[in-house]
Design a protein around this ligand. Sequence first.
Ligand code: AMP
Length: 285
Amino acid sequence: MEIFKEISPLKAFLKQARTGGNSFGLVPTMGALHKGHLSLIEASKAENDITICSIYVNPTQFNNPQDLVKYPRTYEEDLVMLEKVECDVLFSPTNIEMYPDNALMTLNFGPLDKVMEGFFRPGHFSGVALVVSKLFNIVEPDRVYFGQKDWQQFTIIKRMVEEMKFNLEMRNVATTREADGLALSSRNRRLNEKQRTIAPILYQALDSAKIELNSKLDDFANIKRRVEKLFEEHPDVSLEYFELADSENLKLIANVDEADLPILCIAAYVGDVRLIDNMLLGSQK
Ligand code: AMP
């Protein structure tokens, strides 16, 4: 695997690789890699000649400074995992390389970033979109891979790609889960043993709501109240939001009939670890 920490040598390498007519797949990550990240790399390897994984804990997307400090960093382990799946290129830049000056630009996605993650993490998607567009300009990938776990992020970046006419294709990869349903996340490393046994509560809330909604057993307002109560009664968790949305435009809806492809989204703290998850209701078009 070729490893680059600076933009210029990476660009020179990619320019050379491009002359051979190779296609590029990009997998942006913040490191602390797990099998979910590796599934994105596998998906890229299956349809591109060269797969570039980036590892960069992007400060501008952290609205909570403590979250940035505590974000897991496992660079040596990440290298071993990337070598094992035969990733071709790793780009792991420093802050100076990505932000030689403080970022002045902010990006606004209208209604897409005013709900759910965008509402509870103001400025988060501006930071995500800023760093992702830098990566797009540096790597010039043919295809880019994002996980379904961060559906709102995928939707916002997809919109940015359309509006800014980035010349690339977006891919979304299904969420990899533990046997008990917990979505794999770098933040899971911060859960202690007890918290780890509780954390599947997010998945359980989504899964039972999905069954109830699909079988029209109850309406979303009642289901949401039950989920809120479940979390209130549990001393180690705190629910931030549980919403039903249109997966295309992220509009919050009260009824599954209001969208072609509705999505249930949840965010909650287990101890001081903030986790998110979602479930699409029906098959993806
Ligand atoms: P992160 O390192 O958390 O910024 O995630 C990097 C990419 O991996 C994002 O596109 C995520 O959506 C994706 N990802 C994170 N967790 C999972 C998972 N459990 N399954 C599939 N993709 C994931």
